[in-house]
Design a protein around this ligand. Sequence first.
Ligand code: GAL
Ligand code: GAL
Ligand code: MN
Length: 236
Amino acid sequence: MSKVLLITIATGKYHSFIESMLGSAREFFLSSESHEVNFLVFTDNPTLIPDHSDIYTSVWDHRPWPYPTLLRYHAFLSQKDFLSDYDCLFYCDADMLFVAPVGDEILADGLVATIHPGFYNKHINDFSYERNENSTAYIPYGLGENYYAGGFNGGRSADFIEMCKVIKHNIDVDHSKDIIAEWHDESQLNKYFYDVVSPAKKLDPSYCFPEADWAKDLPFDKKLIALDKNHEELRA
Ligand code: GAL
Ligand code: GAL
Ligand code: MN
């Protein structure tokens, strides 16, 4: 029996997604009997989170865009001891929906990342890696292997916590120079996989399948859907 924690962040308007996301996760995410799955929601209003014995909340302030996403690793580390109790940690954006079983194929002896649906068939020079040399997330043209999505990733808990520490540090260094990488935490995640350790498991874009129209013919099964929300309205 392995203990798994699925982490998400719902502050401000992102609360509108949380009930359906958690409901879909309870149905489809590692739902076999060989796992005990709990959930941890970082929220600025725990009263908006469904009340279940397997759902934990941690209070985390809502901040203006892009800080809710940029500071996710700071949030996770604020509960480091709680996280360490699990064998395996996964993170999923709040505005996603599990639509098919997601099982043991996502587990690995290391980190697990999802190939971004917008870049699986692109040349490395077209990846949206950070190209500002002054950012800690910088990756030079001509290098790299995959472009990973920030929306769903995880892995063995010790490896995930170590990754959180490095990314948090790099975000803090950038902050001290007034730099935010173009795709925030996602740029930093990609830098980590480029620079420190490649994911032990690389999931195809099934696990971050956009609901948006441009993605409708992508050659992958839909397992975890990234909802086609109105970003401007949500981030206002
Ligand atoms: C957004 C994501 C939201 C929420 C937020 C904080 O990118 O779509 O679901 O998780 O980041 O990380
Ligand atoms: C977009 C996605 C963003 C970011 C970007 C990277 O499709 O909505 O969250 O991942 O790609 O280029
Ligand atoms: Mn999202």
